[in-house]
Design a protein around this ligand. Structure first.
Ligand SMILES: Cc1cc2nc3c(=O)[nH]c(=O)nc-3n(C[C@H](O)[C@H](O)[C@H](O)COP(=O)(O)OP(=O)(O)OC[C@H]3O[C@@H](n4cnc5c(N)ncnc54)[C@H](O)[C@@H]3O)c2cc1C
Length: 421
């Protein structure tokens, strides 16, 4: 028996980051306990089944053909993927001035060339909002490009560092340029199957367990928290915190985390996003429609059997569309009506399901957003403190994605392994 087999590692949070860390440590021979506040695993990846049996994603959905961490995990777990058949980046503008495919691609080209010609100090001081506003694009092109990026980032683009445009796959002019024409996937049985399949391999996943305090002792950590039955306490050799960055700021660490780490955590903000999804009576045609004014977008896609699924899903991000789409009043019928008028060819079945991720207690936002100050602090987000380690999408190069979450979990597991091997 190796030394590490006697070591007990706690993972706080059963999202993709925590579950990837748990699987890796379990396979390396550690004793692993996962503590999850919700009554399900998956975190911001949440698949459900509609009345017509279609599996839909209420959270993380699009897997790019070069999201190697997610694709690798799908293979590792023996799951099947479905190719969506729709390009995330190429949209038909239904509300707002039309922008042709060439103009959409042209906006990327211009952004990419402009970024490449800027000096590093200039890039370091700018926001994405300032950058796009200064690009030589025609007005409809600019409005479309701005609204598409702001929707994806989930926050006012004036608050996001220009450096993040290089860091976010799918939103980056540079990286997008490489990816144009690429394929997109979902897990055929729902993206949440990744977390579920990992949970099935683990011995100890405790749902309904909220961690509140972590006390670092000599070479061990005590976690205190609560369940619906009352408080709990667990003694561990090490702990990986894999919870959203805004909720990490509420955890009490004893002794307190070093200031640079605390400041880094506090400097990251969360964007806001929501999704709505509804069953259709017939198979719709493939589509990716965009409303540049509200803004939001919607799409259909293929399932594991290659047929177009009888479902349409829409996404909105940032505070701008919230009032118009009924998110402030939490009324799904307002957005559903908009969705119907954007897709007059479709007949719907049953009610729509809407999830506003700002209202989800264990997320309170959609994903991390980095200002220039927060971007400077990035190296501190993945630093360990004695036996406390950190994972989560906000600690990854591809932050705000499922791919980044898995990458971060595997990286944290490797840090733990190096400590105890
Ligand atoms: C609407 C939406 C759409 C998205 N679309 C895409 C997409 O198309 N493609 C893509 O790649 N990514 C997408 N993402 C992003 C992606 O889903 C996330 O980046 C990723 O799932 C985050 O994983 P994580 O493990 O870091 O965090 P989470 O999934 O949030 O996991 C953290 C877990 O910690 C738990 N927790 C919180 N506090 C505590 C506590 N105190 N004690 C115990 N447990 C706690 C939470 O309940 C949660 O289960 C989307 C996200 C949202 C919200």
């Amino acid at each position: 028996m190796t030394a590490r087999m006697n070591k007990h590692i706690g993972i706080i949070g059963a999202g993709f980051a925590g579950m990837a860390a748990a699987l890796e440590l379990h396979d390396l021979g550690f004793k692993v306990t996962v503590l999850e506040a919700r009554d399900r695993v998956g975190g911001r990846v949440w698949s459900t089944t509609l009345s017509n049996d279609e599996i839909v994603e209420l959270g993380g959905e699009w897997i790019k053909g070069r999201d190697n961490q997610v694709l690798g995990m799908i293979d590792r777990l023996g799951l099947s993927k479905a190719e969506v058949g729709v390009n995330f980046l190429e949209r038909k503008v239904i509300v707002g001035e039309p922008v042709s495919k060439d103009e959409q691609e042209g906006a990327h080209d211009i952004a990419e060339k402009t970024l490449a010609s800027m000096n590093k100090d200039d890039i370091k001081s700018r926001s994405i909002g300032e950058f796009i506003n200064a690009l030589p694009l025609n007005e409809p092109q600019k409005i479309f490009f701005y609204s598409r990026l702001q929707t994806s980032f989930g926050i006012d683009l004036n608050k996001v560092a220009l450096r993040m445009i290089e860091d976010m796959d799918g939103n980056s002019p540079r990286q997008t340029a490489n990816y144009r024409g690429g394929s997109y996937f979902r897990v055929a049985s729902g993206n949440m199957s990744i977390a579920q399949a990992i949970a099935d391999k683990l011995d100890d996943v405790r749902l309904g367990h909220e961690a509140i305090l972590a006390e670092q002792k000599q070479k061990s950590v005590t976690i205190r928290g609560k369940t619906s039955d009352g408080p709990f306490q667990l003694e561990l050799d090490a702990v990986v915190f894999a919870i959203p960055v805004n909720l990490l700021a509420d955890i009490e660490f004893v002794p307190a985390l070093p200031n640079p780490i605390k400041n880094a955590i506090n400097s990251v903000t969360m964007g806001t996003a929501a999704k709505i999804t509804a069953a259709t009576k017939e198979r719709p045609t493939l589509r990716a429609y965009h409303d540049s004014e509200t803004p939001y977008w919607c799409w259909t896609g293929r399932g594991g059997d290659s047929n177009v699924r009888k479902v349409i899903t829409a996404f909105c991000g940032s505070a701008t569309p919230r009032e118009k789409l009924g998110l402030n009043s939490n009324d799904p019928n307002i957005w559903f009506k908009e969705l119907k008028s954007m897709n007059p060819d479709l007949d719907f079945e049953g009610d729509a399901i809407m999830v506003d991720w700002s209202r989800e207690k264990w997320t309170q936002g959609c994903y991390s957003a980095f200002s220039n100050e927060a971007t400077d602090n990035i190296p501190y987000l993945k630093k360990s403190v004695e036996s406390i380690f950190f994972a989560g999408e906000h600690t990854a190069f591809n932050s705000a994605t499922m791919d980044g979450a898995i990458e971060s979990g595997l990286r944290a597991a490797n840090q733990v392994y190096k400590e105890f091997r």
